[in-house]
Design a protein around this ligand. Sequence first.
Ligand SMILES: N[C@@H](CCC(=O)N[C@@H](CS)C(=O)NCC(=O)O)C(=O)O
Length: 307
Amino acid sequence: MKKKTLINKTLIGKQDYKISNFNQEWVLYHNEFSLCSRKVRVCLEELGDAYYASHIHLIETKDCENLSKDFLKINPKATVPVLLHNNYPIYESHEQIKYISELNPDKFGKSEIINKWYKKGSLVGDDPLTGIHEYAGNCVSILTQPLFIAMLKKINYLKFFKYILKHPSKFRSIYFLLFKVIGYAILKKNSPSQKAATKAYRFLKIHLENLNSQLDNKKWIDGNQFSIADITWMVVFHRLEELQILEPLISDLVHLNNYYERLKERNSFKNQISNNQSNSVSIGINELKSDLNKNKHLIAYLKLLSE
Ligand SMILES: N[C@@H](CCC(=O)N[C@@H](CS)C(=O)NCC(=O)O)C(=O)O
């Protein structure tokens, strides 16, 4: 218990010890589907420096490579992304992009507005539900449940043995097993998952309305300066699109509609997100799209979200 508390407290931001001996300045452990990983990939591409990328499969994309002995040495919490700078690890994606940005203020800018909005779009803390009133990333994490369920359909039950046995977060591993066993029924009316999602959707709507007012007619969140705040919201919008709920959330927020069009035009979006979609992610999204028309629990869940 003591060890767990220590891990949770200390594995945030840059650490003061090296964990490897790569010759490369930047090394990123990431996953193709992970929203937090996409954020850091986009940031590194915007920076323009070469980096070594190591892909780590998660149970939803194929297998739990994050639970291998080697990866648990890199991150005992078993999560991606992990960024190394000259072999020093940096934990938590919002800390990673902040670190890159602070080293490169000429490129990414520096202001209170940027600080406020990159943090607001982040996924902060170990329990997403506790932060939904503050962080849009936490809301999105809860709203990702249907896509996890769709992606897990093709994952063999055998892979869940290792997942349950080795995952440092028993809460997460049990939830994922339930996604696999119960499927969309876990989202049925008045279930904890459905209630959490409806709450998350309501808070997310408020965060988006506030962002719409902040943007007004500005090009980026901080005027003409493209920053880590824009990178953070780029991946949020894209995930909502994957979840098939972006349109109802932003259809009446005109600045956000135009803003997302501008974000999609950036090379970093094209190279790291839209042109980079893996098979497991496309299959999951197609599965979800088709289930949205025929699964009664999913249809009811979606209706309840926006009521
Ligand atoms: N707050 C963390 C969240 C990290 C996180 O939850 N990563 C997910 C993917 S987005 C993960 O690695 N999940 C694998 C697992 O828990 O098995 C961050 O921003 O980096």
